[in-house]
Design a protein around this ligand. Structure first.
Ligand code: HEM
Length: 158
């Protein structure tokens, strides 16, 4: 029982740091860099600042995944993934998968080079795309958090 309480606390703490950081990057860092720097410098400057958060994000994403799967295993609730009323369980796994793929595979091995090349040709378009992507991920994450808190305390939309 105590292990579940500890894992739930770790899970929530990891989510706070992770999605809180995504919120800061999306609503503060990206627009500030857009307003204060010319298009050709934006991606580079954003990347320099964001790379410190990316390291934190990798660590907390890992913690969120470990604690999340531990709870699923310990409570033996794998069957929730078969029922639509537990859409927030699917949403949590989906968000985690998207960020894990981006932070551990796409960003270091594919995206960094691609963005650098593309931003030499059309920096404004690349930066706008970066902002849109962050907004989409942030909104889906926030909806998931609301659904997960309500769902794990017995409320569901269906
Ligand atoms: C591999 C990915 C994940 C797994 C396996 C997972 C699993 C779980 C489990 C089993 C619970 C407890 C459910 C219950 O008590 O009925 C939970 C709670 C929660 N999760 Fe996740 N989760 C994952 C990722 C995420 C992500 C990405 C977010 C945020 C975007 C998130 C946010 C939450 C929140 C807010 C709670 C509710 C905590 C509470 O109110 O007690 N989880 N998760």
């Amino acid at each position: 029982m105590l292990d579940l309480i500890i894992m739930r606390s770790v899970h929530v703490l990891a989510i706070v740091i992770w999605i809180g950081g995504v919120c800061m990057v999306t609503t503060v860092l990206l627009p500030t860099v857009r307003h204060h720097f010319p298009a050709c410098e934006r991606v580079k400057i954003f990347h320099k600042i964001e790379s410190r958060f990316a390291t934190q994000a990798r660590f907390v994403t890992l913690l969120a995944g470990i604690s999340g799967f531990y709870m699923v295993w310990k409570m033996d609730i794998w069957n929730r993934f078969q029922h639509i009323e537990f859409w927030w369980m699917h949403a949590m796994f989906f968000i985690w998968l998207v960020f894990t793929t981006m932070l551990f595979i796409l960003e270091p091995f594919v995206l960094d080079k691609k963005i650098e090349n593309e931003s030499q040709q059309n920096p404004d378009k690349v930066y706008t795309r970066l902002q849109c992507l962050h907004w989409v991920l942030l909104v889906i994450s926030l909806i998931t958090i609301i659904g997960a808190v309500m769902g794990s305390h017995g409320y569901t939309l269906f």
